[in-house]
Design a protein around this ligand. Structure first.
Ligand code: F6P
Length: 327
């Protein structure tokens, strides 16, 4: 065993995701079970720098497993990008004898954890908490399932009105750099086209597929676009299409932050609980600077920098399937 921790801090950082509370609960209760001191760090790295840290007991995390958001709150801290900021954060941890951290967040949070841990020798364990699923080393991330289901429910509703009016709808889902929410929600709602950042859209093919369907009197057309799609967001795509097909009756719907909130699905609660438990076990065993992921229902550890750099690859066969199923 490399190093045994005695007091651990847990924080949520970056964009919140449903299931973060379940993960905090699992980390806290597992830590307490092992006789560790557990501290909740408020507003991510910002609270670490300001010393906004509170001791947690079993009751502190009662009745939160079903709640969206994060009771520790979250932030993106500019100060943590500076050495001075990180030094202040370290001093605050030292004062409380915190010698291990669990960081629940996405790529930016893991980058910060890696730098901090290298500088100050505090072992950090990452849990992938992001609706975007843009992290390698795990089949899924905490919050993705909830976000996709929220998008699917919303798009199903849009389909009703879309169908009643024979309209072309462009629905924008979240994902600045990642197309997973668009891909999964688009497939699950039978979208005719899905535009994502990872794939270059063939403009002529898109226009051709929409006009061809119009000719066949398949007037209802759903295009799901990731906010960071290669042609831009939904408004941009709508403009391009209306210039090329002036007869199309187009409407745009941007789902936005509704996808980040809400009660986590059972799957998100489960993976958050599973990963949270193993985050503490990992610190106890002396692991550091790895992310806890789940692959084929088994716990899997990936170095933080690798989890961020490699991202998740989108299988191109899915794009082919989308076209065939929507024809
Ligand atoms: O990373 C999660 C995410 O929801 C992205 O999909 C989105 O682009 C971004 O966060 C939005 O961030 P903010 O809440 O700061 O607007």
């Amino acid at each position: 065993m490399d190093r045994k921790v005695t007091n651990i801090g847990v924080l949520t950082s970056g964009g919140d995701s449903p299931g973060m509370n379940a993960a905090i609960r699992a980390v806290t209760r597992t830590g307490l079970y092992h006789g560790l001191g557990v501290y909740g760090i408020m507003r991510g790295y910002a609270g670490m720098i300001e010393g906004d840290i509170k001791k947690l007991d079993g009751i502190s995390v009662a009745n939160i497993i079903q709640r969206g958001g994060t009771f520790l709150k979250t932030a993106r801290s500019k100060e943590f990008h500076t050495y001075e900021g990180r030094k202040k954060a370290y001093n605050n941890l030292k004062q409380l004898n915190i010698d291990g951290l669990v960081i629940i967040g996405g790529d930016g949070s893991f980058n910060g954890a890696q730098i901090f841990s290298n500088e100050f020798d505090i072992p950090c364990i990452g849990l992938p908490g992001t609706i975007d699923k843009d992290i390698a080393g795990s089949d899924t991330t905490i919050g993705f399932d909830t976000a996709v289901n929220t998008a699917v429910q919303a798009i199903d509703k849009i389909r009703d009105t879309m169908d009643a009016h024979d309209r072309l709808f462009i629905v924008e889902v979240m994902g600045r750099d990642a197309g997973y929410i668009a891909l999964h929600s688009g497939i699950a709602t039978g979208a005719e086209n899905i535009l994502i950042p990872e794939t270059e859209t063939d403009m002529e093919e898109l226009i051709c597929s929409l006009t061809e369907k119009e000719k066949r009197k398949k007037l209802v057309n759903l295009v799901v676009v990731a906010e960071g799609g290669d042609l831009g967001g939904a408004n941009k795509v709508a403009k391009i299409i209306s210039e090329r097909i002036p007869t199309a009756d187009i409407r745009v719907c941007i789902l936005g932050h509704i996808q980040r909130g809400g009660s986590p699905t059972c799957q998100d609660r489960l993976i958050a609980s599973h990963m949270g438990y193993y985050a503490v076990e990992s610190l106890m065993l002396g692991r550091k600077n790895v992310m806890v992921g789940v692959i084929n229902n088994k716990i899997f550890y990936t170095p933080l920098d690798k989890a961020v750099k490699e991202k998740q690859k989108i299988g191109q066969e899915w794009m082919k399937i989308v076209k065939i199923l929507a024809s």
